[in-house]
Design a protein around this ligand. Structure first.
Ligand code: 2DT
Length: 234
């Protein structure tokens, strides 16, 4: 089942409201593909491990306040810092540089081109859905995402905000409130297009898992056959 070195991995994105089951389904999908012998990694945004990610994490935990536009751009920056291949500029060193900060590794394009499939829990669509739910202009929200890699497949785990809220309640983070999630659901609806795979997230865990697998294996096959990587927004 190992892919040949010339074929690329697929960029799979899972989206949906809080508590739709994204994170546990990403985990199950990762385990399945890994066991099948595919080269696969599980990613998530925000990636809270970077410097930018720590600022986002503190904002989400209500430990810092930021202007809505500013936090939007940080979420986007957090994707950019994980996208890029190393350009010639990355090797420039400023005179004061101590060499203490090695250039970033594990970048998205590199991974895909080397044949690794990425399962990504939230991406630019979360960025646009959550910020536009606060009232920011949707086109303004999309702009900083232009040029990021476009997913090969977006899976939307579909659940009503009310049903999601019944699932053991929300945590303490900003955005984990029913009224706000209703607005996010509306934003997602205006972002969705016919290429998205919408899965009813109220089905049993096993049924969601099965539908997700089918869609992902199908997409991986298309990438394997040579579908080129593209950029947002198509
Ligand atoms: P998690 O609970 O999945 O860690 O998400 N968010 C996420 C945005 O507002 N913009 C973004 O670009 C992304 C990726 C969604 C934390 C919260 O951050 C929101 C929920």
């Amino acid at each position: 089942n190992k892919e040949s070195s010339s074929s690329r991995g697929a960029l799979i994105v899972l989206e949906g409201l809080d508590r739709c089951g994204k994170t546990s389904q990403s985990g199950k999908l990762y385990k399945y593909l890994d066991e099948q012998g595919h080269s696969v990694e599980s990613w998530r945004f925000p990636d809270r491990n970077t410097g930018v990610g720590q600022m986002i994490s503190s904002y989400l935990a209500n430990k810092s306040q930021l202007d809505d536009h500013a936090i939007h751009l940080l979420f986007s920056a957090n994707r950019w810092e994980k996208r890029d291949y190393l350009s010639e500029f990355s090797t420039w060193s400023c005179p004061q540089s101590t060499g203490a900060h090695p250039p970033p590794t594990s970048l998205m394009e590199e991974k895909l081109k080397s044949g690794t499939t990425l399962i990504v829990d939230r991406y630019s669509y979360s960025g646009v859905a959550f910020s536009s739910a606060k009232g920011l202009d949707i086109e303004w929200c999309k702009a900083p995402e232009i040029g990021l890699l476009a997913p090969d497949l977006v899976v939307y785990l579909d659940i009503s905000p009310e049903k999601a809220a019944e699932r053991g309640g929300y945590g303490d983070e900003r955005y984990e409130q029913l009224e706000f999630q209703k607005k996010v659901a509306g934003s997602y609806l205006s972002l969705r297009d016919s290429s998205w795979k919408v899965i009813d997230a109220t089905l049993s865990i096993e049924d969601v898992e099965k539908k997700l697998r089918e869609a992902v294996l199908d997409c991986m096959m298309t990438c394997h056959k040579g579908k080129p990587l593209s950029q947002l927004w198509p």
